[in-house]
Design a protein around this ligand. Structure first.
Ligand code: UD1
Length: 343
């Protein structure tokens, strides 16, 4: 097939492009090379890849980019937690208006197949298990509690600390920051489009993606990149909260493989897929693994916090394994060693 990858010059996009090529597909990339990601640098596409410089909010660029393609993998987005509320309009515009323009363009061309880069952040804190009230949605964490070092989200009914559990795709959506809200809106725009055009959408809810090419030294860099940058400069990784917050760190090549499999195999209606390694780790554990692999100073647990952060976010990715036959290939130790070696 011939695939259009929006955001194909970005971190995950470049790996998706490589995966598509390795599976024999033709690829066109639409990317605006936005300055806050690419820092004004040019991008040279891999051999054989067509490149359209343009923004997904520009209908004419979309029309040009869609010509002759069979499927769209939509990865163009503003990522990360954002800096503060002043970021809201850019998330809404880049992610939501951009997706709406893309979908309108796909409808003009009767293009039926879409893979959307979504995120685990759509679930907020997911579920927690209260000793008294069973499975509950954790209440938002209050600044006062965080400042007092109480990091675990409480039971909304009795305030007790909760045990967390893995979240499946049918869990309620509960976005807790600007980025998360924009991803939920993208999913809803896509499901509206699928219903009214008969198209298919695979919404890939990525966990914490790491690996070669991670963005660094921007306000939007993920924690693995922040830690490797610090270690490279001989500084200790600064671990927020108490370091026991859990995430599922999944390697970008595994994520790219899942994304391309979804494009090849998912052909009817809207379906969400959690994309995670299946093995939750704490942020403290990841800092320690990187510090050891890079022979750097031990991590410092600072007790600092960011208001938009969720405490734990780990979901069940068995649907992806069962329905698409995906398996992660790169385990945590090997992935961290590779990150350390290339930092
Ligand atoms: C990340 C992604 C988001 C993606 C989501 C999927 C980034 C910036 N965000 O969000 O796009 O959709 O995963 O689950 O890539 N931390 C530290 N020290 C630091 C920085 C962060 O301890 O210097 C901690 C944070 O407090 C947080 C954890 O590391 O608990 C992860 O932070 P981050 O990498 O920003 O990712 P998420 O918020 O999980």
């Amino acid at each position: 097939m011939k695939a259009l990858v929006t955001g194909g010059a970005g971190f995950i996009g470049q790996h998706v492009v490589r995966e598509l090529l390795s599976r024999g597909h033709s690829v066109r990339v639409l990317d605006s090379l936005r300055a806050d990601v690419h820092g004004g640098r040019q991008w040279v596409p891999p051999e054989g890849v067509e490149f359209e410089l343009g923004d997904v909010r520009d209908a004419a660029a979309i029309d040009r980019a869609l010509v002759g393609t069979d499927a769209v993998l939509h990865l163009a987005a503003k990522v990360g937690l954002g800096v503060d509320v002043s970021d809201l309009p850019d998330y809404a515009s880049s992610n939501d208006a951009g997706t709406a323009e893309l979908l309108a363009g796909m409808a003009r061309k009767s293009m039926p197949r879409l893979v959307l880069a979504s995120s685990m952040v759509v679930y907020g804190e997911g579920f927690g298990e209260c000793a008294e009230h069973g499975l509950v949605t954790p209440a938002p964490r209050q600044e006062k509690a965080l400042a007092a070092g109480q990091f675990e989200p409480p039971c909304p009914q009795c305030g007790r600390a909760l045990e967390t559990s893995l979240v499946g795709e049918s869990a309620p959506l509960d976005p807790r920051n600007a980025y998360a809200s924009s991803k939920v809106a993208q999913e809803f725009y896509c499901s509206n489009w699928a219903r009214s055009t008969g198209g298919s959408v695979a919404a890939m809810r990525y966990h914490n993606v790491y690996g070669p090419g991670m963005p660094r030294n921007t306000p939007y860099a993920g924690v693995a990149a922040i830690f490797t940058s610090a270690l490279r400069e001989g500084r200790a990784p600064m671990v927020f909260e108490d370091g026991r917050q859990r995430r599922d760190f999944v390697h970008v090549r595994d994520v790219a493989a899942a994304t391309v499999l979804a494009c090849e195999k998912h052909v009817s209606g809207m379906r969400a897929f959690n994309v995670g390694s299946g093995t939750p780790r704490t942020v403290g554990e990841m800092a320690a693994a990187l510090a050891q692999a890079m022979s750097g100073p031990s991590p410092r647990v600072t007790g600092q916090y960011r208001l938009g952060d969720v405490r734990h976010i780990t979901a069940d990715s068995s649907r992806l394994r069962k329905e698409l036959g995906w398996r992660p290939r790169i385990d945590f130790a090997a992935g961290m060693a590779e990150l350390a070696a290339n930092s």
